[in-house]
Design a protein around this ligand. Sequence first.
Ligand code: PHE
Length: 343
Amino acid sequence: METEVKKLEEEFGKDLSGVCDALGIEALRVKYLGRKAEINRLFSMVPSLSKEAKGIWGKNLNILKNKISLAIEEKLKSLGTKEEKIDLTYPAARLEKGSRHILSAVSEEICSVFEKLGFTVVEGTEIEDEWHNFSALNIPLDHPSRDAFDTFYLDIPQPQEKHRGKFLLRSHTSPSQARVMSVSKPPLAVISPGRVYRPDAVDASHSFMFHQVEGFAIDKNINFAHLKGVLLNFVKLFFSPDVNLRFRPHFFPFTEPSAEVDISCFICKGKKDKCSLCKGKGWLEILGCGMIHPKVLENCGIDSKKYKGFAFGMGVERPAMLKYGINDIRLFYENDVKFLEQF
Ligand code: PHE
């Protein structure tokens, strides 16, 4: 009897300390004071004890039962008073609100300017094949950008169709041009944002992954003036109404003629003197562009005698850095909340 009573008391103590709400206390009451409670079984054993033991254990069991019901009552009270102790004047805990990542915001901002100009957003794929990333875009087989030093090739089985070559992580968003052209008929005006990958060593202005936005338009009478007009509208809406454009001749295999585009420095406004942004040049490079090469149109099933098109591709990080005065590309990817919550 003695060990059983001790065991019961210990078990109750343990259960009591683990209980923290009214529901738990009710379960405790049923277990220790209910009809099937262990203590009732012990009570029923008392009559079979010796005369002397009967008196002692009857009394002890009654004491234990009182102790249990008192402890349960007290626990219930303590929970009740805890709830009443809420101080309604106490300042609430600060709610940490998430926000869009600066690069997502800038990429969306760029796309929404082009949407206003009549472009439709179409996303390409990050895993591409050699045909869409290079061949369709008139990039020759011996072009250095195909080298494994400039492109991440994927160590996975090749596409079924032999002409598509190997799978890779796209090194620019231009394959989106080939994807859209192969399945849609002109007129087309498309803007295509996304991540691109190049095996560059990471420093303040390079990363192995960054973002680009590709844009292109195809119709019967598209010419270079349309390209100029669209880009001029874009920089005025995105940077500032007094920004100007400069086209410098350049080469891309997928456009002819090709150009690189600079905007006039919106900090020194062309005054150049000791400008920390343009470093005294008065101009900032922002994108590459040109008239879509007839071979690219033909590769994707569009009649190059009937249709012409322009295309451009720009980074997202660089315009974001220029616009928000960010001087190190690595800040975008480190996920330091102190940096991110500024935007
Ligand atoms: N794909 C080119 C790059 O990554 C940019 C570009 C796009 C140039 C479209 C011309 C036309 O540098």
